[in-house]
Design a protein around this ligand. Structure first.
Ligand code: NDP
Length: 328
């Protein structure tokens, strides 16, 4: 038996959410059984737990789109008992039982070895949000964005993706501007590496198709009008890495920035990212994200704190990252 957070469908949008003792035999099929040490609360997990979006596709569901732990059993040659592993995405916590549990059984293809230099807890302090932030940084760099090109904007600055993107970009030598609705967190955002703060109210309402050219590039986890205004404000030839929808899934924009300024809108998906790309992102995270910055950006809770924290996250009251100690 093992402990898990279990979501059960109800006739309301919000599922029933309870810590439950589950039998290992009930775990879904997979090649590798993992003793989970830590998971983390991602935006998508909060949507699943609150039922605000139809993230969960099969019921009942153990949420948790990522986890880190140790292999207990493996029928796949790539992993053996005792190996330290982590997982992000692949529909885990949506279609396949996820990381808010002491055990998980998954496909070997979905795992990556724990990167050298990071503990299981540190990988989950980064979590899918931080790994996505690195994928965004890599996307900008793939498009030739360099620190001497001008400032880079990060939206959703206090969030998981935003906070780690600020830390990564500033350590690469970029001048980072941070857009936030929480100007009272200025000290934290500056400690992460932001040099200038922008009130997100400047960006989150309908704006003109082309605006003053302000940034060389941007990492956007907010979507909607914010993404449209960011595209309209990026300099000629600039690049916007778009990964999120914290403001909304809509994109009320015009083609003007793309056809008149040659702006590139670069989409970033972490869920289905190929193995080599994941390995590259995690290797870089281990090397480029200082441990003290990570620690200062992370809170830790047990499974019993997840439901409350999910509601707090969706109302914009969580700063940085939340690690879940599934054994607490
Ligand atoms: P968080 O909840 O940690 O952060 C989101 C941040 O967005 C908030 O902290 C807030 O920052 C800002 N925000 C919230 N509501 C609004 C609003 N109405 N208007 C403008 N800004 C707002 O979430 P994450 O950082 O973990 O994830 C952010 C987004 O990225 C989510 O939509 C998530 O689903 C997506 N995502 C996508 C991935 C992918 O593979 N493409 C992977 C991981 C995440 P502040 O208070 O500073 O304004």
């Amino acid at each position: 038996m093992f402990k898990a957070l279990l979501l059960t469908k109800t006739d309301q949008p919000a599922p029933h959410c309870a810590i439950t003792e589950l039998d290992e035999a009930k775990l879904p099929e997979g090649d590798v059984l993992v003793q989970v040490a830590y998971s983390t609360l991602n935006y998508k997990d909060s949507l699943a737990i609150t039922g605000k979006s139809p993230v969960v596709r099969t019921w009942p569901m153990v949420p948790g789109i990522d986890f880190a732990g140790t292999v207990l059993e493996s029928s796949d040659g790539r992993y053996k008992k005792g190996d330290a592993v982590l997982l992000n995405g692949w529909g885990v916590g949506e279609r396949h039982w996820g990381g808010f549990a002491q055990k998980a059984r998954v496909k070997a293809d979905w795992l990556v070895p724990l990167p050298a230099g990071l503990s299981a807890e540190q990988t989950m302090a980064i979590g899918t949000a931080g790994y996505t932030a690195m994928l965004c940084v890599m996307r900008l760099q793939d498009q030739g964005v360099t620190p001497d090109g001008g400032p880079v904007l990060v939206t959703g600055a206090n969030g998981g993706v935003g906070s780690i993107a600020i830390a990564l970009l500033s350590r690469l030598g970029f001048t980072v501007h941070a857009s936030t609705g929480r100007m009272n967190e200025a000290a934290h955002l500056k400690a992460l590496g932001a040099s200038e703060l922008i009130d997100r109210a400047e960006l989150n309402a309908a704006g003109r198709p082309l605006q003053k050219e302000r940034w060389a590039a941007a990492v956007d986890s907010v979507g909607s009008h914010t993404l449209a205004n960011v595209c309209a404000s990026v300099r000629y030839g600039g690049v916007v890495a778009a990964c999120g929808l914290a403001q909304g899934m809509d994109f009320p924009a015009t083609v003007a920035p793309f056809i008149l300024r040659g702006v590139t809108l670069a989409g970033v998906d972490s869920v289905m990212a190929p193995y080599e790309r994941r390995m590259q992102a995690w290797k870089r995270l281990a090397q480029e994200l200082p441990a003290d910055v990570l620690a200062g950006n992370t809170a830790k809770i047990g499974l019993s704190g997840v439901a409350d924290m999910a509601a707090r996250q969706l109302s914009g009251h969580v700063r940085g990252r939340v690690v879940i100690d599934v054994n607490a």
